[in-house]
Design a binder for this molecule. Structure first.
Ligand code: AR6
Ligand code: MG
Length: 352
């Protein structure tokens, strides 16, 4: 079951990115019927073996991070930074990187030759660091790598974020998103209510937002709880006003969490009921509009880690660029996790 969850997380993250990227520049809600029509078109990918949708920077960076973790068996900041930088400079234009992250890669490569790994990110935006969602959009491999070790998860989520995003909201966003994936890996459908899931995230944010200028995640998580508990489902416009769906980590991470929790609470729109649970989460998250590829990929990573890959349509493996890579990296991260557990139990046997 755990392998299915690892693969589900990586594949649904890919799907959310590839599908969401179609609507990224619209900056308005996406109609359910538009998404259902796209899904219908994807079905032909299996017959023609034609990759129909490209992934963007979200997946590119997540896969580079995963490769580094797999190759090294640990987090090596310099290797992650050089992998991010090399792929960035080789990227086709349709990866659509964030507008300012190029500065970081140029400084990492040219100015410091990877000797100062965290300096360039901390110089962004007059020394504030970026609060963009780029730190959280790529973090799910950290959750898979650290499964079962929350302390390590928070440490690596922060380190991986700080290579490009030094603002506290971007760092906390990466920790929150990785933790949501970890809670999803550690629980199953029927074993946890939406409110229990929400409470675990709130407990984490209460701990993280002690010494911050503004408790952005605390406020947004409280609002999410209120919106889900409400009798009438909030309109996307109200959600946009109250929580947001933009390029800030605090908005996109909370939008992804909201979409997942709405489905866990069985409040997903009836128009999507013909789809599997994971598909419902991915499509519902994209329907919110805004930064759709990044909200889609983060909601997908959580939903896939929760429901596993069984509910994913087989044509998803053919429809998206990078699907084999996603499955392969998830399998390798799972193997690492199994090995770590074997090593721990052997050590315990020797000690007893
Ligand atoms: N002050 C003012 N504006 C800021 C600040 C700040 N401290 N931090 C971020 N912004 P960036 P990303 C604004 O460039 O997070 C792609 O589509 C500023 O307008 O670091 O890596 C990805 O797929 C800045 O350009 O990019 C993601 O969805 C923007 O936030 C998305 O872009 C994004 O920060 C974000 O990528
Ligand atoms: Mg993107």
């Amino acid at each position: 079951m755990l392998l299915s969850k690892f693969k589900g997380s990586a594949l649904a993250a890919l799907a959310g990115d590839c599908i969401g990227a179609r609507y990224e520049s619209m900056w308005r809600p996406v109609a359910y019927q538009t998404l259902l029509n796209l899904e219908e078109n994807l079905k032909s990918a299996e017959k023609t073996s034609r990759r129909s949708l490209h992934y963007t920077d979200d997946t590119e960076m997540a896969h580079e991070l995963a490769k580094s973790l797999v190759e090294n068996g640990k987090f090596v900041a310099k290797d992650v930074a050089s992998k991010f930088t090399e792929t960035f400079f080789e990227s086709p234009p349709y990866r659509y990187y964030g507008p300012h992250v190029r500065n970081v890669f140029e400084k990492l490569e040219k100015a410091s030759r990877f000797s100062d790994l965290f300096g360039p990110a901390s110089e962004q935006f007059d020394g504030q660091g970026s609060y963009g969602n780029g730190s959280a959009m790529r973090v799910f491999p950290v959750a898979l790598f650290c499964h079962g070790n929350q302390e390590l998860l928070e440490k690596l989520a922060a380190l991986s974020a700080k290579l490009t995003h030094a603002h506290i909201d971007a760092i906390n966003g990466a920790k929150l998103q990785a933790s949501a994936v970890e809670i999803a890996l550690s629980s199953s459908d029927g074993s946890i209510s939406w409110l229990e899931f929400w409470q675990k995230l709130k407990d984490l944010i209460d701990k993280l937002e002690v010494d911050v200028p503004e408790k952005v995640y605390t406020n947004k998580l409280d609002m999410i709880k209120e919106l889900i508990a409400r009798e009438e489902v909030a309109s996307v416009h109200e959600f946009e006003d109250e929580v947001g769906t933009g390029i800030k980590a605090s908005e996109a991470v909370c939008a992804a969490i909201y979409a997942f929790l709405m489905c866990l609470a069985d409040r997903q729109p009836s128009e999507l009921s013909s789809l599997s649970k994971v598909q419902q989460v991915v499509f519902y998250s994209i329907s919110l509009g805004g930064d759709t590829d990044t909200i889609g990929t983060m909601a997908g990573a959580i939903a896939g880690a929760f429901y596993g890959d069984e509910g994913l349509p087989s044509y998803w493996l053919y429809a998206f660029e990078g699907a084999e890579m996603a499955r392969d990296l998830a399998t390798k991260l799972h193997e690492l996790n199994e090995k770590k557990n074997r090593d721990i139990s052997q050590k315990q046997c020797r000690l007893s």
